[in-house]
Design a protein around this ligand. Sequence first.
Ligand SMILES: [Zn+2]
Ligand SMILES: [Zn+2]
Length: 335
Amino acid sequence: MRAAVTEHAGGRLAVIDMPDPKPGPGELLVRVTACGICGSDLHLSEVLDIPGLVLGHEICATVAELGQGVNDWKVGARIAGFPLVGCDECDACQIGATSKCSQAAQLGLARAGGFAEYTTLSASSAFRIPAAIDDHIGALVEPLAVAHHALDCTRRGTDEPILVIGAGPVGAAVALWARALGAREVVVSDPVARRRELAECVGATLTVDPNTEDVASAFAKQCGALPNVVIECVGTRGMIQHSMDVAAVDAQVTVVGVCIGSDEIMPLVGLQKELLAKFVLYYRKSDFTATIAALANGVLNPQAMVTGTTTFDDLPDRFEALKHPVDDCKVILEP
Ligand SMILES: [Zn+2]
Ligand SMILES: [Zn+2]
């Protein structure tokens, strides 16, 4: 099969021929029909020195072969891949919080991922998707589940206005889910005009350019008060402090943006406002179930998030281009 692999940290992806993987016991071999390119794929390719790693964890696929002991799947079934494989036995796995399993392995990191014609995953990590969800949207189930989990972990009233910091794929997904879950106002802040437009397409009721406008007062003007809920979806230095600065007293700041380096905050701001901070990562299996149901019945329409597609032939170039600030939201590989 063809697959795109990393060669060395900071290098380009290489498209190579490699043997088709074989499903182990309890696993499915799946033919990848669409795989989203994630900011974490871009970041991992910069820092990881794992020659031959197949990245990609936003997977829509068709079941191609059943591993030993799998009898509740049929070849040809369409799936979204929950990209974490756990022990299936510990307390965390039992409640679908696989990311908290001590043995959790991620597709596209500890195991081969979806930048390939075929990949394998455990049968318990495959989520059936109906015909109403096309392949591109199937590849969005994973990033949309991130957003659902973030909102699920956020203390808020049902129709409470929400401030989303950042309109990249995560911010857009949070805005989309927040409206679907009943937020009457979703204000999204991002310095890039194209991203603000995209946020409006997925339901933001107001967008703000933080370079030219005061985010807190723009929010207060729109919603009648400062934000009780701030969801940080950028993950660069200073963004947590910014979220604290714009939050109302007693607000919750939910941190979804993945900042890998060290960052500084002024604790006094949080103390004075008695802010509640919640850090979230990944999702639970229930977030996949909720996302697939909402996509299938039309509650979520994320079509605007897909801003491009690519094949193996142009994946290495497209992947490099995405490392620098671009107007793209989600670019999807069609292996
Ligand atoms: Zn991702
Ligand atoms: Zn486990």
